[in-house]
Ligand binder design. Structure first.
Ligand code: KMH
Ligand code: ZN
Length: 310
């Protein structure tokens, strides 16, 4: 029987800015509501960033995260996954602070340094709601998103080993799979681990189907299919097609306004739950089923929602 599909939803992220959609969750209460609704719609993992409630700027402060983490925990059984990618330009310590404070079941971990070009988005908008948005997008033309072996090792030891937090290993290119493999060989990453293959970020691998097939094939060869779970996210217009492809190939998937603001061509998604419901319908129409949070916990060997720090 086919395995159920683990849906991750990433409700807000640190890529899109408030000007781009009125539906992007900004305040702690909006992020909590979006997360709970996404969980009710079928997401078993919620990947979380925080934003400054006044400006919508990505905000690494643990106290901002704390304003929604407990609400989400009280109102849903979903696995809480805290981003350590944070927002472009944050220091490594800032990026790790919220996860170190909250000791969640999961956290993201970006598996290589890349160019991370958001500047093409500038062409779409003439005016911005907040002063920080335009310079933030502009600076990504001359910016490297740093994820060195030293910082990855630091997160694996200090967040992974000390807190029992397990990771969503974000791989934006083929080489990042080999970086995961290196840490597997060092004994710092242990099965069953979760690989999130990321397509369509300018600076990472493009959203072409043969790239997805190839990364999956290489991951199987490097890790052994029985040792890992894989998931796919594609930024922008390929979000739903790539999520669908992953489900068809036996993988898992991620949706959410962090990665795409749209529900279909030219139409903004009005909520994260709308995207989750859309992909859930597709999954079920393919004759597949959606994983519950407890199924995800078991398959990913998570420590449990009652062993967190919030
Ligand atoms: N939005 C994804 C492409 C992270 O939070 O660690 C990147 C991401 C990074 O999710
Ligand atoms: Zn993220």
């Amino acid at each position: 029987m086919a395995k159920s599909v683990i849906i991750t939803c990433a409700p807000t992220g640190g890529i899109h800015t408030p000007t781009m959609s009125p539906h992007l969750p900004i305040t702690p209460s909006e992020i909590a509501t979006a997360s709970i609704e996404a969980a009710e719609a079928g997401a078993s993992i919620i990947h979380l960033h925080a934003r400054d409630p006044d400006t919508g700027k990505p905000d690494p402060r643990p106290e901002t995260f704390r304003q929604f983490l407990q609400i989400i925990k009280q109102s849903s059984n979903a696995v809480v996954n805290i981003s350590t990618g944070g927002g472009l330009g944050m220091t490594i310590d800032e990026r790790l602070a919220a996860a170190m404070d909250a000791s969640p079941e999961m956290a993201s971990l970006n598996m290589g340094s890349i160019n991370f070009g958001l500047f093409p988005l500038l062409q779409k908008y003439k005016e911005f709601k907040h002063d920080w948005e335009q310079p933030f997008l502009e600076m990504t033309k001359d910016f490297i998103f740093p994820n060195t072996f030293a910082t990855i090792e630091y997160a694996l030891k200090n967040l992974g080993e000390k807190h029992g937090t397990r990771f969503e290993f974000e791989c934006y290119d083929l080489g990042h799979l080999y970086n995961v493999k290196w840490f597997v060989d060092q004994g710092l990453i242990k099965p069953p681990f979760f690989i999130q293959m990321v397509f369509g970020i300018l600076g990472g691998v493009g959203s072409d189907l043969d790239n997805l097939m190839h990364m999956h094939k290489v991951a199987d060869r490097l890790f052994g299919a029985e040792n890992y779970e894989w998931s796919v996210l594609a930024a922008g217009k390929n979000q739903m097609p790539f999520a669908t492809q992953s489900a068809m190939l036996g993988g898992n998937l991620r949706v959410g306004l962090e990665d795409s603001l749209y529900i279909e061509k030219g139409k903004l998604a009005t909520s994260n739950a709308e995207q989750v419901t859309r992909i859930r319908t597709i999954i079920e129409n393919l004759g597949l089923s959606v994983a519950t949070p407890d199924e995800a916990r078991e398959r990913l060997a998570l420590k449990g929602g009652d062993v967190v720090g919030f």
